[in-house]
Design a protein. Structure first.
Lengths: 344, 548
């Protein structure tokens, strides 16, 4: 066993480190900068180069070490390397090799190349630990370009009616992903403070992103006329959003695949745009690893592991404390944005 | 231009997602402008609850979709419990057509009417023929069309469109007052034979002698009654817990309509006894309710629990035994038509006076006037309202004496002033995922009271929590599941809720021995521990006090 499932998280006993621990540990390897995977209080952090500035933004100063993808480091004799997971900028799978045995922890991932997060790389391994946020066959995403066209048409319709288009998207990940599509239909993109902070951090880290402006509290009302605003879900129910009157709200989330969720969110438009793999994506990723044994974590782990077993791939469910980010928690997605909303 | 089934599916998507009444109204108005006349008639029918007879059952639909999707049936079940709607589950599971964004339109006739008439013809067809038709339809439809098509089969278009909205959209497109539209589209008409023009024309309206008037409904009074002004301007009546209905006699025939626009004449054979003494050209508004004649009481009757009425309303053929055990009467509230003339614009005072004469003349143990509660000061009415439960009533209705009989739910002239519900503290023991707006969330709960050192389940309750609380409970269920029984999770009995209900009756069908009327969650008692909940003894005491 290269990974043990403990009450602090996924632990590699040979290497003496944890992957995405949910309680403080000495040595942490971090798959990506979402708050349910990267938590404060660890002795040291190892992550991808582009994850580092995001960790610094969210967790402050710590002992950080960063690597590029496919750049192995030895930790107590375990060969550890990071590989693109395609989830958000910097997101990585963690490959561990010890005495000829290879394990891979997927973290969160998606198999479609979104053009910004790096293309998911299938890694051959003996044991694969996969997420299952959208592990049911009802989750079958449309290609990104088709969803982008839908969003662009929605923005154009709003512009024709003199309305502001407010898109609710996770500050880290989806907000950056939809920018190029939005920049193609408008020059006026405004960011909520929380999205702006992530944006600035990424620009400073050398990521190439379209030009945007920050929503300033004292801006005259007509500044936002016909523009596009990107905000996290916490802003949706707050007085902050009223300044954009008249506006329409569109929500970008995999949960929008099901009508009931769109209605519950009370959004004018819902786009099933997800940074997680859909059902075919999960199955193809598992198959591509050639793994003999699969552990299924956060999401529909019961369904996915049962199905894999029926396909002849040995699989088991594992309980973790991931999945509290926006996409992982459909129930709380309107009320539980795990980051501070700064409004300056 | 988009037409037929695709235009309809786009309308359904728009109505299902838009949050503003004006957007919905706009979408409907556009549809009523663009769509073919036959399809418009069907949309009015579908959105006002007139669904075609079902010819394909859910099991068949699920089975055929499994053959197309190649997934095991347990995974289909799992998906269904997450989506919460069969029609949508199938639409999401079916493999994409080659060009998912824009499939080719169907060959030949792709109107909504065409699909509906084909579906209705399937009634007599063999299963293989049904299957061929369904699979062929699925194969050339996009996801939204499949959803809508499946909904046509499974029935029930609950997508946040009220009848009022349909009426307003039609009023806008045809430039006719809404009250006239509302009347014309109510009653007995067959969408497969009537044309759009004759449905909405005056001649069409005259041809159906059973046609009821739209009901006037009251909002709940939230402020003190003294805010209503002079007590002398108001008439107070008891609020009865049955089914609102209209009793119609025209052309020497009797018709009974429920508020749900169901013709109930055949189910209520006892009403034929009113026929002889009821003048022709009369429409009465009232309550269809189980009751016993009690000449000794000032009201002359005592209502039976709603559960008694429930044993009757589903049945078309009523036995003698049922007629004796569960007699259904009529409590008359209002007079809408007299001598063939529409009386709705006359003041309540005048309508009531005439109503009294009519009801007194019928003189039958199952026909009663809704008693007027005498009061000269609001304090007196407040005191009278406190006795509601003893009379088997749910509270008080307040109607302005000069009010006209309006259409739909309106503020101002009529108010319902219900008594506070009965309450009991209970612990949640089972949870199940909800449907529709609550899909993929554990929102349907079963509650238990203490029975010695055991817990005894006694009711389910759904609504009453905010979205935020629902999310919290959902997270609790996911972390504290003890066992799974299909879609049901047994959860650690820790969360205490106050359950409110309108009535209670003894029941042999429930383990606890009681059945509650309108149970719902009043509030989450985070301040209470599970050992502080009420007991079965407490529940039985409430039954003794309030079980009629």
């Amino acid at each position: 066993m290269l990974i043990e499932f403990t009450d602090r998280g996924l632990y590699c006993p040979q290497g003496g480190f944890y992957i995405d621990p949910w309680a403080p540990v000495e040595k942490a390897v971090i798959t990506h900068a979402h708050s349910d995977h990267a938590r404060p209080g660890n002795g040291s952090y190892l992550c991808h180069r582009l994850t580092l500035p995001l960790l610094r933004l969210r967790l402050g100063d710590n002992s950080y070490q960063s690597v590029e993808w496919n750049e192995p480091v030895l930790i107590n004799g375990v060969r550890v390397s990071l590989h693109p997971a395609g989830h958000i900028i910097g997101s990585s799978q963690i490959r561990m090799e010890y005495q000829g045995e290879v394990w891979v922890v997927s973290g969160d991932y998606k198999t479609e190349n979104d053009g910004i997060s790096g293309a998911f790389e299938p890694i051959p391994c003996h044991t694969f630990i996969t997420e299952s946020t959208f592990g049911l066959p009802i989750y079958n995403w449309k290609p990104q370009n088709i969803i982008f066209t839908d969003i662009q048409n929605w923005v154009r319709n709003n512009q024709a009616e003199g309305k502001t288009s407010v898109l609710i998207a996770y500050s880290l990940g989806k907000a950056q992903r939809i920018l190029p599509a939005l920049a193609a239909v408008t020059d006026n993109i405004f960011l909520h403070g929380a999205v702006w902070n992530v944006h600035q951090t990424l620009i400073e880290a050398g990521v190439d992103l379209p030009a945007v402006q920050k929503v300033h509290l004292d801006a005259p009302k007509d500044t936002f006329k016909n523009s596009v605003v990107i905000a996290p879900s916490s802003a949706e129910q707050s007085p902050w959003i009223r300044r954009f009157q008249p506006y329409e709200v569109g929500v970008c989330s995999g949960w929008m695949q099901v009508r009931g969720n769109v209605r519950r969110r009370n959004a004018d438009a819902g786009y099933a745009l997800s940074d997680h793999a859909d059902w075919p994506g999960l199955l193809s990723a598992v198959r591509a690893t050639g793994a003999e044994k699969v552990f299924v974590t956060h999401g529909f782990q019961a369904a996915l592991s049962r199905y894999l077993n029926e396909l002849g791939i040995q699989a088991a469910e594992v309980k973790t404390e991931y999945g509290e980010d926006e996409e992982g928690a459909p129930a709380t997605d309107s009320s539980n944005e795990p980051e501070k909303v700064s409004e300056t | 231009m988009t037409t037929g089934m695709r235009l309809f599916s786009e309308l359904v998507v728009l109505l299902g997602t838009s949050t503003k009444t004006n957007d919905k109204l706009g979408a409907l108005t556009n549809f009523f402008t663009d769509a073919a006349d036959k399809d418009k008639v069907w949309v009015i029918a579908l959105f006002s609850g007139r669904k075609p007879k079902r010819t394909v059952n859910s099991t068949q639909l699920a089975q055929w979709s499994l053959e197309m999707t190649h997934i095991p049936s347990w995974l289909f079940e799992e998906s269904y419990h997450t989506v919460g709607d069969l029609a949508e589950t199938i639409a999401l599971l079916l493999p994409d057509t080659e060009d998912p964004g824009q499939t080719k339109p169907a060959q030949g006739d792709s109107s909504l009417t065409h699909y509906l008439s084909r579906l209705m013809e399937l009634g007599k067809a063999e299963d293989l023929v049904k299957k061929d038709f369904i699979l062929d339809c699925w194969s050339h439809m996009n996801k939204d069309e499949r959803f809508v098509f499946n909904k046509l089969i499974t029935g029930g278009f609950r997508i946040g469109v009220s009848q009022k909205m349909i009426v307003n959209a039609l009023a806008r497109t045809t430039s006719t007052p809404a009250s006239i539209i509302a009347h014309r589209i109510s009653g007995n008409w067959d969408p497969s034979t009537i044309s759009f023009d004759s449905l909405l024309s005056e001649a069409g309206a005259g041809s159906d002698i059973s046609r009821p008037y739209p009901f006037y409904l009251a909002y709940a009074l939230e402020d003190e009654p003294s805010t209503l002004g002079n007590p002398g301007d108001w008439q107070a009546e008891w609020k009865w817990d049955g089914i609102r209905g209209e009793l119609i006699k025209r052309d020497n025939q009797l018709f009974v309509w429920s508020r749900g626009e169901e013709l109930m004449t055949e189910r209520l054979p006892e009403y034929q006894a009113f026929h002889q003494n009821l003048p022709d050209g009369v429409v009465l508004d009232g309550e269809i309710i189980g009751l016993t004649h009690r000449p000794d009481l000032p009201e002359k009757f005592r209502p039976l629990p709603f559960a008694v009425l429930q044993t009757r309303i589903g049945r078309k053929n009523v036995t003698k035994k049922q007629l004796t055990e569960a007699p259904v009467g009529f409590i008359a509230y209002d007079l809408l038509e007299y001598e063939g003339e529409d009386w709705r614009e006359r003041p309540l005072k005048e309508r009531r006076a005439q109503l009294e004469q009519i009801v007194n003349k019928i003189d039958h143990p199952l026909m009663h006037l809704s008693p007027v509660i005498p009061f000269s000061a609001w304090e007196a009415l407040t005191a009278a309202r406190e006795t509601s439960r003893e009379l088997g009533s749910e509270g008080v209705m307040l109607k302005k004496k000069d009010s006209t009989y309006q259409v739909g739910r309106k503020r101002g002239d009529w108010w319902k002033w219900k008594i506070d519900p009965l309450v009991i503290d209970a612990v949640m023991v089972y949870a199940q995922k909800g449907h529709g707006r609550r899909s993929n969330l554990y929102t349907d709960y079963t509650f238990a009271v203490k029975d010695g050192d055991k817990l005894l389940t006694f009711t389910k309750a759904y609504s009453g929590l905010t979205d935020k609380e629902l999310a919290e409970v959902d997270a609790f269920v996911k972390k504290n599941s003890l066992e799974k029984f299909g879609p049901v999770r047994t959860v650690r009995p820790e969360l205490v809720f106050e359950i409110a209900f309108e009535g209670i009756a003894a029941s042999s069908r429930h383990k606890s021995g009681v059945a509650l009327r309108f149970p719902r969650i009043a509030r989450w008692r985070k301040d209470k521990k599970p050992d502080e909940i009420n007991t079965l003894e407490d529940l039985k005491k409430i039954l003794e006090l309030h079980g009629k």
